[in-house]
Design a binder for this molecule. Structure first.
Ligand code: CO
Length: 319
């Protein structure tokens, strides 16, 4: 659809030249660029405070994926003032505000409209040195691949909606979604990682394939090393797989090798769209130990899920 609209070109709009860039990156001086991103969605959990926290963490994620530091955020809100208690809105906004504070940024305002269904998220602005930022380009042969959060949030959210699972039953996933990618981002910068992307709506399959394509390399993913939130595998096994996962599987099928001999449940998890997912980080073998150390120091879980090859550029190979 976007191809039908005129494309803005500007020498300082650096994100134009970066394949699959989620955030806009605009150079404002020799060593500084503005990184901007906006995201909002309908409630994924019933608890309004947790919903606010998750939506805010999700909105901040694109800033962290490039190694930027968020500086300001603005609320984007729609809410049915006549049907729901105003207190619910206060809790949603409190959840978001607490995340902005934890990110070390400033909540600078926002905009709200009346709507049938609540929607919430942030418009975020960050700063990065363009020479030091990380993108989906830059992964090289022999790099190791790390993921900083388990997958399965789409499947668990589907189970929650279907009332097969309670919010208690997916407490770890809720906790994971509400976790900022701040510490993971700082760790990858400290370790000198080579490429990064955050795992969201296209699932690990989609964001992984984008990284492979952008870097002109192949990814070899060990499906059995895929970190999973508790219950996600069981819920997928009884068919609680969201439409988005099927869509992702179909869309990236041509970029996938080894799917036919893989466990179909793990394949669903590979394709599962993530809300506020972790960072997929590529790092050279020499620096991988340093990355693990930097992640652990910041209490970020260390999940090594595969490696980068020079075979099959743009392809994800499952082993
Ligand atoms: Co992203």
């Amino acid at each position: 659809m976007l191809s039908q609209l005129p494309k803005f070109e500007h020498p300082d709009l650096l994100s134009n030249a970066i394949p699959f860039a989620d955030a806009s990156i605009y150079r404002i001086s020799e060593n500084q660029a503005l990184v901007q991103s906006v995201d909002f969605f309908t409630p994924i959990v019933d608890d309004p405070y947790l919903y606010g926290q998750i939506a805010a963490a999700n909105s901040l994620s694109d800033i962290y994926a490039v190694g930027a530091r968020p500086i300001t955020a603005m609320n984007v809100v729609s809410f049915p003032m006549n049907c729901l208690e105003p207190d619910i809105l206060v809790k949603i906004l409190q959840g978001g505000a607490d995340q902005v504070a934890a990110a070390g940024a400033v909540l600078a305002g926002g905009h709200s409209i009346e709507d049938e269904e609540p929607k919430y998220g942030l418009s975020v602005t960050g700063l990065v040195d363009p020479d030091k930022m990380l993108t989906a380009c830059g992964a090289g042969r022999g790099d190791l691949l790390y993921l900083t959060k388990p997958v399965g949030t789409g499947i668990l959210a589907t189970a929650l909606k279907g009332e097969v699972l309670s919010e208690c039953g997916m407490a770890l996933a809720i906790d994971g979604m509400a976790t900022l990618n701040k510490a993971a981002s700082e760790a990858m910068l400290a370790a000198g990682a080579s490429a990064c992307t955050d795992v969201t709506g296209f699932g690990l399959i989609g964001h992984g394939c984008e990284l492979a394509e952008a870097s002109g390399v192949g990814l070899r993913i060990d499906l059995n090393a895929l970190p999973l939130y508790p219950q996600a595998q069981d819920m997928a096994a009884i068919g609680l797989v969201p439409v988005g996962a099927h869509r992702n599987k179909k869309h990236y099928a041509r970029q996938l090798l080894g799917a036919e001999r893989s466990d179909p449940i793990l394949l669903d998890l590979l394709c599962d769209p993530q809300t506020s997912g972790g960072l997929l980080i590529a790092v050279s073998a020499e620096r991988s130990e340093l990355l693990e150390q930097e992640l652990r120091q910041r209490s970020v879980p260390v999940y090594r899920i595969g490696e980068v090859t020079d075979e099959h550029p743009g392809i994800m190979e499952l082993i």
